[in-house]
Design a protein around this ligand. Structure first.
Ligand code: PLP
Length: 406
Protein backbone atom coordinates (compact mmCIF):
# COMPACT_ATOMS: atom_id res chain seq x y z
CA UNK A 1 0.00 0.00 0.00
CA UNK A 2 1.16 3.46 -0.83
CA UNK A 3 1.39 5.95 1.94
CA UNK A 4 -0.97 8.56 0.58
CA UNK A 5 0.41 11.90 1.52
CA UNK A 6 -1.35 15.16 1.56
CA UNK A 7 -0.27 17.73 -0.98
CA UNK A 8 0.03 20.21 1.88
CA UNK A 9 3.05 18.34 3.12
CA UNK A 10 4.88 19.46 0.00
CA UNK A 11 4.78 22.98 1.30
CA UNK A 12 6.58 21.84 4.43
CA UNK A 13 7.73 24.67 6.60
CA UNK A 14 4.78 26.75 5.58
CA UNK A 15 2.05 26.93 8.18
CA UNK A 16 0.06 29.53 6.31
CA UNK A 17 -2.68 27.70 4.42
CA UNK A 18 -3.38 30.64 2.14
CA UNK A 19 0.04 29.97 0.59
CA UNK A 20 -1.43 26.83 -0.86
CA UNK A 21 -4.17 28.60 -2.76
CA UNK A 22 -2.28 28.27 -6.02
CA UNK A 23 -2.06 24.51 -5.85
CA UNK A 24 -5.54 23.82 -4.56
CA UNK A 25 -7.61 24.97 -7.49
CA UNK A 26 -8.10 21.80 -9.53
CA UNK A 27 -7.34 22.44 -13.19
CA UNK A 28 -10.04 21.68 -15.77
CA UNK A 29 -7.46 19.51 -17.48
CA UNK A 30 -4.17 18.10 -16.27
CA UNK A 31 -1.19 19.95 -17.79
CA UNK A 32 2.19 18.28 -18.34
CA UNK A 33 3.76 20.35 -15.61
CA UNK A 34 3.25 23.47 -13.62
CA UNK A 35 5.69 25.30 -11.37
CA UNK A 36 4.69 25.36 -7.74
CA UNK A 37 5.13 29.01 -6.82
CA UNK A 38 3.94 29.82 -3.31
CA UNK A 39 2.92 33.22 -1.96
CA UNK A 40 6.02 33.12 0.26
CA UNK A 41 8.19 32.71 -2.88
CA UNK A 42 6.49 35.72 -4.44
CA UNK A 43 7.15 37.69 -1.24
CA UNK A 44 10.89 37.05 -1.61
CA UNK A 45 10.84 38.26 -5.21
CA UNK A 46 8.96 41.39 -4.12
CA UNK A 47 11.50 41.95 -1.38
CA UNK A 48 14.21 42.22 -4.06
CA UNK A 49 12.06 44.38 -6.34
CA UNK A 50 11.38 46.78 -3.45
CA UNK A 51 15.06 46.90 -2.48
CA UNK A 52 16.05 48.35 -5.87
CA UNK A 53 19.07 46.00 -6.01
CA UNK A 54 17.95 43.91 -8.97
CA UNK A 55 21.29 42.36 -9.89
CA UNK A 56 24.22 41.23 -7.76
CA UNK A 57 22.27 41.52 -4.54
CA UNK A 58 22.24 39.03 -1.69
CA UNK A 59 20.18 36.21 -3.24
CA UNK A 60 22.59 35.18 -5.98
CA UNK A 61 25.23 34.55 -3.31
CA UNK A 62 22.76 32.80 -0.98
CA UNK A 63 21.60 30.56 -3.83
CA UNK A 64 25.16 29.71 -4.89
CA UNK A 65 26.20 28.82 -1.34
CA UNK A 66 23.09 26.71 -0.89
CA UNK A 67 23.63 24.77 -4.12
CA UNK A 68 27.30 24.15 -3.26
CA UNK A 69 26.16 22.71 0.05
CA UNK A 70 23.41 20.64 -1.54
CA UNK A 71 25.61 19.12 -4.24
CA UNK A 72 28.72 18.86 -2.09
CA UNK A 73 30.70 20.81 -4.67
CA UNK A 74 32.97 23.70 -3.69
CA UNK A 75 31.93 26.34 -6.28
CA UNK A 76 28.56 27.30 -7.78
CA UNK A 77 27.98 30.07 -10.32
CA UNK A 78 24.43 31.17 -11.15
CA UNK A 79 23.87 32.03 -14.82
CA UNK A 80 21.01 33.04 -17.11
CA UNK A 81 20.01 29.59 -18.44
CA UNK A 82 20.95 25.94 -18.58
CA UNK A 83 22.23 26.50 -22.10
CA UNK A 84 24.42 29.38 -20.88
CA UNK A 85 25.75 27.02 -18.20
CA UNK A 86 26.72 24.42 -20.83
CA UNK A 87 28.22 27.09 -23.08
CA UNK A 88 30.38 28.47 -20.27
CA UNK A 89 31.40 24.98 -19.09
CA UNK A 90 32.77 24.20 -22.56
CA UNK A 91 34.49 27.59 -22.89
CA UNK A 92 36.01 27.33 -19.40
CA UNK A 93 37.49 23.96 -20.43
CA UNK A 94 38.89 25.63 -23.55
CA UNK A 95 36.99 23.31 -25.86
CA UNK A 96 36.69 24.70 -29.37
CA UNK A 97 37.34 24.13 -33.08
CA UNK A 98 38.99 20.81 -33.85
CA UNK A 99 37.78 19.23 -30.60
CA UNK A 100 35.17 16.51 -30.26
CA UNK A 101 32.70 16.06 -27.44
CA UNK A 102 30.70 12.86 -26.90
CA UNK A 103 26.96 13.63 -26.54
CA UNK A 104 24.05 11.20 -26.16
CA UNK A 105 21.96 10.90 -29.35
CA UNK A 106 18.77 11.38 -27.33
CA UNK A 107 18.59 14.59 -25.27
CA UNK A 108 17.23 18.08 -25.45
CA UNK A 109 18.93 19.63 -28.47
CA UNK A 110 20.67 22.27 -26.30
CA UNK A 111 23.23 19.66 -25.17
CA UNK A 112 24.63 19.37 -28.70
CA UNK A 113 23.94 23.00 -29.61
CA UNK A 114 26.35 24.17 -26.90
CA UNK A 115 29.09 22.02 -28.45
CA UNK A 116 28.36 23.49 -31.90
CA UNK A 117 28.35 27.02 -30.49
CA UNK A 118 31.98 26.75 -29.31
CA UNK A 119 32.98 25.40 -32.74
CA UNK A 120 33.58 21.83 -31.55
CA UNK A 121 32.02 18.67 -33.00
CA UNK A 122 29.42 16.60 -31.13
CA UNK A 123 29.97 12.86 -31.55
CA UNK A 124 26.71 11.07 -30.84
CA UNK A 125 26.36 7.82 -28.90
CA UNK A 126 23.16 5.78 -28.66
CA UNK A 127 21.13 5.38 -25.47
CA UNK A 128 19.61 2.55 -23.45
CA UNK A 129 15.79 2.65 -23.68
CA UNK A 130 15.37 1.27 -20.18
CA UNK A 131 16.83 4.43 -18.65
CA UNK A 132 16.88 6.80 -21.69
CA UNK A 133 20.50 7.57 -20.75
CA UNK A 134 23.68 7.17 -22.79
CA UNK A 135 24.73 3.54 -23.29
CA UNK A 136 28.06 3.59 -21.46
CA UNK A 137 29.26 0.46 -23.25
CA UNK A 138 29.22 2.33 -26.57
CA UNK A 139 31.30 5.34 -25.49
CA UNK A 140 34.83 3.98 -25.76
CA UNK A 141 34.56 3.17 -29.48
CA UNK A 142 33.40 6.76 -30.12
CA UNK A 143 36.50 8.27 -28.50
CA UNK A 144 39.15 9.58 -30.92
CA UNK A 145 42.44 11.45 -30.43
CA UNK A 146 40.38 14.66 -30.80
CA UNK A 147 37.91 13.84 -28.02
CA UNK A 148 38.18 16.37 -25.20
CA UNK A 149 35.15 15.51 -23.10
CA UNK A 150 32.14 13.30 -22.56
CA UNK A 151 29.02 15.37 -22.00
CA UNK A 152 26.69 13.07 -20.12
CA UNK A 153 23.03 13.93 -19.71
CA UNK A 154 21.03 12.72 -16.71
CA UNK A 155 17.91 12.38 -18.81
CA UNK A 156 14.57 13.19 -17.18
CA UNK A 157 16.30 13.36 -13.78
CA UNK A 158 18.05 9.97 -13.63
CA UNK A 159 21.82 9.90 -13.22
CA UNK A 160 23.42 7.92 -16.06
CA UNK A 161 25.89 5.06 -15.64
CA UNK A 162 28.29 7.63 -14.24
CA UNK A 163 30.94 5.64 -12.34
CA UNK A 164 32.06 3.66 -15.39
CA UNK A 165 32.05 6.82 -17.50
CA UNK A 166 34.16 8.80 -15.03
CA UNK A 167 36.60 5.88 -14.87
CA UNK A 168 36.78 5.64 -18.69
CA UNK A 169 37.30 9.40 -19.01
CA UNK A 170 40.13 9.45 -16.51
CA UNK A 171 41.77 6.47 -18.23
CA UNK A 172 41.58 8.39 -21.52
CA UNK A 173 42.62 11.72 -20.01
CA UNK A 174 39.43 13.51 -21.01
CA UNK A 175 36.85 15.43 -18.99
CA UNK A 176 33.29 14.64 -17.98
CA UNK A 177 30.76 17.47 -18.27
CA UNK A 178 27.43 16.73 -16.62
CA UNK A 179 24.36 18.15 -18.31
CA UNK A 180 22.29 17.75 -15.16
CA UNK A 181 19.65 20.22 -16.39
CA UNK A 182 16.82 17.95 -15.21
CA UNK A 183 18.55 16.29 -12.30
CA UNK A 184 19.09 18.64 -9.38
CA UNK A 185 18.93 16.55 -6.22
CA UNK A 186 19.21 13.19 -8.02
CA UNK A 187 21.76 10.83 -6.51
CA UNK A 188 23.79 7.76 -7.40
CA UNK A 189 25.10 5.81 -4.39
CA UNK A 190 24.26 8.88 -2.32
CA UNK A 191 26.37 11.26 -4.42
CA UNK A 192 24.65 14.25 -5.99
CA UNK A 193 24.15 14.97 -9.69
CA UNK A 194 26.65 17.58 -10.80
CA UNK A 195 29.37 16.38 -8.44
CA UNK A 196 30.81 13.52 -10.53
CA UNK A 197 32.37 15.31 -13.49
CA UNK A 198 34.89 18.11 -13.87
CA UNK A 199 31.98 20.52 -14.20
CA UNK A 200 28.18 20.22 -13.92
CA UNK A 201 25.28 22.25 -15.28
CA UNK A 202 21.69 22.70 -14.09
CA UNK A 203 18.73 24.47 -15.69
CA UNK A 204 16.19 26.63 -13.88
CA UNK A 205 13.63 26.68 -16.70
CA UNK A 206 9.97 26.37 -15.58
CA UNK A 207 9.83 22.76 -16.77
CA UNK A 208 12.66 21.82 -14.40
CA UNK A 209 12.55 20.94 -10.71
CA UNK A 210 13.54 24.39 -9.48
CA UNK A 211 12.72 27.45 -11.55
CA UNK A 212 13.84 31.03 -11.85
CA UNK A 213 11.66 31.62 -14.92
CA UNK A 214 14.92 31.31 -16.84
CA UNK A 215 18.24 30.48 -15.24
CA UNK A 216 21.04 27.99 -14.79
CA UNK A 217 23.82 26.90 -12.44
CA UNK A 218 27.39 25.76 -12.99
CA UNK A 219 29.04 23.64 -10.29
CA UNK A 220 32.67 22.55 -10.03
CA UNK A 221 35.35 21.63 -7.52
CA UNK A 222 37.98 23.26 -9.72
CA UNK A 223 38.71 26.79 -8.52
CA UNK A 224 40.33 27.94 -11.77
CA UNK A 225 37.33 26.76 -13.79
CA UNK A 226 34.96 28.52 -11.39
CA UNK A 227 36.92 31.74 -11.83
CA UNK A 228 36.71 31.46 -15.63
CA UNK A 229 32.96 30.88 -15.49
CA UNK A 230 32.60 33.82 -13.10
CA UNK A 231 34.47 36.10 -15.48
CA UNK A 232 32.82 34.85 -18.69
CA UNK A 233 29.31 35.35 -17.28
CA UNK A 234 30.14 38.94 -16.40
CA UNK A 235 31.77 40.74 -19.36
CA UNK A 236 35.18 39.14 -18.83
CA UNK A 237 35.75 41.01 -15.60
CA UNK A 238 38.48 39.67 -13.28
CA UNK A 239 40.06 40.93 -10.11
CA UNK A 240 43.77 41.74 -10.21
CA UNK A 241 45.47 43.19 -7.13
CA UNK A 242 42.11 44.14 -5.69
CA UNK A 243 41.09 45.98 -8.87
CA UNK A 244 38.46 44.91 -11.38
CA UNK A 245 39.80 44.72 -14.91
CA UNK A 246 38.37 43.69 -18.28
CA UNK A 247 40.59 40.68 -18.83
CA UNK A 248 38.95 39.48 -22.04
CA UNK A 249 35.69 39.34 -23.94
CA UNK A 250 32.84 37.93 -21.89
CA UNK A 251 29.08 37.54 -21.97
CA UNK A 252 26.34 38.90 -19.83
CA UNK A 253 25.03 35.55 -18.62
CA UNK A 254 24.19 36.72 -15.09
CA UNK A 255 21.10 35.70 -13.14
CA UNK A 256 19.12 38.62 -11.72
CA UNK A 257 18.69 38.82 -7.98
CA UNK A 258 14.90 38.52 -8.07
CA UNK A 259 15.24 35.33 -10.10
CA UNK A 260 17.74 34.03 -7.57
CA UNK A 261 15.28 34.93 -4.78
CA UNK A 262 12.57 32.89 -6.49
CA UNK A 263 14.80 29.82 -6.76
CA UNK A 264 16.31 30.23 -3.32
CA UNK A 265 12.82 30.09 -1.80
CA UNK A 266 12.14 26.81 -3.65
CA UNK A 267 15.43 25.23 -2.55
CA UNK A 268 14.13 25.32 1.02
CA UNK A 269 11.58 22.61 0.17
CA UNK A 270 13.53 20.75 -2.52
CA UNK A 271 13.82 17.54 -0.48
CA UNK A 272 10.06 17.45 0.11
CA UNK A 273 9.44 18.20 -3.58
CA UNK A 274 11.72 15.33 -4.67
CA UNK A 275 10.19 12.81 -2.32
CA UNK A 276 6.69 13.82 -3.38
CA UNK A 277 7.65 13.48 -7.06
CA UNK A 278 9.08 10.02 -6.32
CA UNK A 279 5.83 8.95 -4.70
CA UNK A 280 3.87 10.18 -7.74
CA UNK A 281 6.20 8.14 -9.96
CA UNK A 282 5.65 5.06 -7.78
CA UNK A 283 1.92 5.61 -8.20
CA UNK A 284 2.31 5.69 -11.98
CA UNK A 285 4.45 2.57 -11.90
CA UNK A 286 1.91 0.60 -9.91
CA UNK A 287 -1.11 1.94 -11.81
CA UNK A 288 -0.01 1.72 -15.46
CA UNK A 289 -1.03 -1.68 -16.76
CA UNK A 290 -1.57 -1.24 -20.47
CA UNK A 291 0.09 -3.88 -22.68
CA UNK A 292 2.61 -2.20 -24.93
CA UNK A 293 3.44 0.63 -22.49
CA UNK A 294 6.76 0.27 -20.64
CA UNK A 295 7.43 2.38 -17.61
CA UNK A 296 10.96 3.68 -16.88
CA UNK A 297 13.30 1.69 -14.65
CA UNK A 298 15.53 3.12 -11.96
CA UNK A 299 18.75 1.11 -11.52
CA UNK A 300 19.72 0.03 -8.01
CA UNK A 301 21.51 2.71 -5.98
CA UNK A 302 20.01 5.65 -7.87
CA UNK A 303 17.46 8.19 -6.70
CA UNK A 304 15.60 9.64 -9.67
CA UNK A 305 14.65 13.34 -9.49
CA UNK A 306 11.57 12.64 -11.68
CA UNK A 307 11.72 15.89 -13.61
CA UNK A 308 9.77 13.98 -16.31
CA UNK A 309 7.75 10.76 -16.34
CA UNK A 310 8.50 9.25 -19.73
CA UNK A 311 6.99 5.96 -20.90
CA UNK A 312 7.77 4.04 -24.08
CA UNK A 313 5.01 2.79 -26.38
CA UNK A 314 5.55 -0.37 -28.42
CA UNK A 315 6.05 0.25 -32.13
CA UNK A 316 2.53 -0.95 -32.96
CA UNK A 317 1.01 1.92 -30.95
CA UNK A 318 0.44 5.24 -32.71
CA UNK A 319 1.75 7.91 -30.36
CA UNK A 320 -0.24 10.75 -31.94
CA UNK A 321 -3.38 8.69 -31.53
CA UNK A 322 -2.59 7.97 -27.87
CA UNK A 323 -1.92 11.69 -27.32
CA UNK A 324 -5.24 12.67 -28.92
CA UNK A 325 -7.06 10.06 -26.85
CA UNK A 326 -5.51 11.42 -23.63
CA UNK A 327 -6.21 15.03 -24.65
CA UNK A 328 -9.87 14.18 -25.26
CA UNK A 329 -9.94 12.97 -21.65
CA UNK A 330 -8.36 16.15 -20.33
CA UNK A 331 -4.76 14.96 -20.04
CA UNK A 332 -1.91 16.80 -21.72
CA UNK A 333 0.92 14.56 -22.92
CA UNK A 334 4.12 15.41 -24.73
CA UNK A 335 7.31 14.14 -26.27
CA UNK A 336 10.40 13.88 -24.12
CA UNK A 337 13.56 14.76 -25.99
CA UNK A 338 14.96 14.72 -29.50
CA UNK A 339 16.97 12.23 -31.49
CA UNK A 340 19.49 15.02 -32.06
CA UNK A 341 21.25 13.62 -35.16
CA UNK A 342 17.80 13.42 -36.80
CA UNK A 343 17.14 17.17 -36.38
CA UNK A 344 17.46 19.17 -39.62
CA UNK A 345 20.72 20.98 -38.79
CA UNK A 346 22.51 17.87 -37.52
CA UNK A 347 21.05 15.65 -40.21
CA UNK A 348 22.29 17.93 -42.98
CA UNK A 349 25.68 18.63 -41.40
CA UNK A 350 26.71 15.11 -40.37
CA UNK A 351 24.53 12.88 -42.59
CA UNK A 352 24.76 9.96 -40.18
CA UNK A 353 23.02 6.65 -40.71
CA UNK A 354 20.57 7.29 -37.90
CA UNK A 355 18.54 4.09 -38.03
CA UNK A 356 21.69 1.96 -37.91
CA UNK A 357 23.77 4.01 -35.45
CA UNK A 358 21.10 5.25 -33.04
CA UNK A 359 18.15 2.82 -33.13
CA UNK A 360 17.35 3.32 -29.45
CA UNK A 361 17.48 7.12 -29.60
CA UNK A 362 15.23 7.00 -32.64
CA UNK A 363 12.79 4.68 -30.92
CA UNK A 364 12.64 6.87 -27.79
CA UNK A 365 12.14 9.91 -30.02
CA UNK A 366 9.30 8.30 -31.98
CA UNK A 367 7.58 6.21 -29.32
CA UNK A 368 8.33 8.08 -26.05
CA UNK A 369 5.40 9.70 -24.29
CA UNK A 370 5.60 12.13 -21.39
CA UNK A 371 2.83 11.98 -18.80
CA UNK A 372 2.04 14.88 -16.47
CA UNK A 373 4.15 14.99 -13.32
CA UNK A 374 4.34 18.05 -11.11
CA UNK A 375 4.53 19.00 -7.48
CA UNK A 376 1.09 20.57 -7.96
CA UNK A 377 -0.52 17.21 -8.87
CA UNK A 378 -2.40 15.02 -6.41
CA UNK A 379 -2.41 11.22 -6.23
CA UNK A 380 -5.92 11.36 -7.66
CA UNK A 381 -4.60 13.24 -10.70
CA UNK A 382 -1.91 10.61 -11.30
CA UNK A 383 -4.39 7.79 -10.83
CA UNK A 384 -6.74 9.49 -13.27
CA UNK A 385 -3.97 9.83 -15.91
CA UNK A 386 -2.86 6.20 -15.51
CA UNK A 387 -6.44 4.96 -15.73
CA UNK A 388 -7.02 6.85 -18.98
CA UNK A 389 -3.87 5.35 -20.47
CA UNK A 390 -4.96 1.87 -19.36
CA UNK A 391 -8.28 2.43 -21.10
CA UNK A 392 -6.65 3.26 -24.43
CA UNK A 393 -8.32 0.66 -26.64
CA UNK A 394 -6.46 -2.32 -28.05
CA UNK A 395 -7.47 -1.32 -31.57
CA UNK A 396 -6.50 2.34 -31.06
CA UNK A 397 -8.84 5.33 -31.05
CA UNK A 398 -8.78 6.49 -34.68
CA UNK A 399 -12.13 8.30 -34.32
CA UNK A 400 -10.61 10.99 -32.07
CA UNK A 401 -10.06 14.31 -33.76
CA UNK A 402 -6.23 14.64 -33.92
CA UNK A 403 -6.45 18.41 -34.26
CA UNK A 404 -7.54 18.58 -30.63
CA UNK A 405 -4.10 17.52 -29.43
CA UNK A 406 -2.05 20.11 -31.28
C1 PLP B 1 16.31 22.05 -20.30
C2 PLP B 1 17.56 21.43 -20.76
C3 PLP B 1 18.64 22.21 -21.20
C4 PLP B 1 18.56 23.70 -21.42
O1 PLP B 1 18.22 24.43 -20.31
P1 PLP B 1 17.65 25.93 -20.52
O2 PLP B 1 17.63 26.49 -19.14
O3 PLP B 1 16.30 25.80 -21.11
O4 PLP B 1 18.59 26.65 -21.40
C5 PLP B 1 19.81 21.56 -21.55
N1 PLP B 1 19.92 20.23 -21.47
C6 PLP B 1 18.91 19.45 -21.07
C7 PLP B 1 19.10 17.97 -20.98
C8 PLP B 1 17.69 20.02 -20.71
O5 PLP B 1 16.68 19.23 -20.36
Amino acid sequence: MLAVRDRDAVAKGSSNRSELALVESKPASIPLSRPNILESDIDRVCEVLRSGQLVQGKYVGLLEDHVSQLTGVSHTKAVSSGTAALHLALLALDIGPGDEVIVPAFSFVASANAVELVGATPVFVDIDTRTFNIDASKIESAISPRTRAIMVVHEFGLICDIDGIVELASRKGIDVIEDAACAIGATSDGKQAGSFGRIGCFSLHPRKILTAGEGGLVVTNDEALARRVDSLRNHGIEEKNGRKIFAGPGFNYRLSDFQAALVYAQTQRLAANLSYRASLAVTYESMIQRDGVSVPTTPFGKEHAWQTYHVLLEDAMDRADVGAFMQARGVQTGTGAQCIPAQPFYKAKYQLNIARKFPNALRAYKQGLVLPLAETMSYEDVTYVATQLNEYPEEGAPSIDKRASS
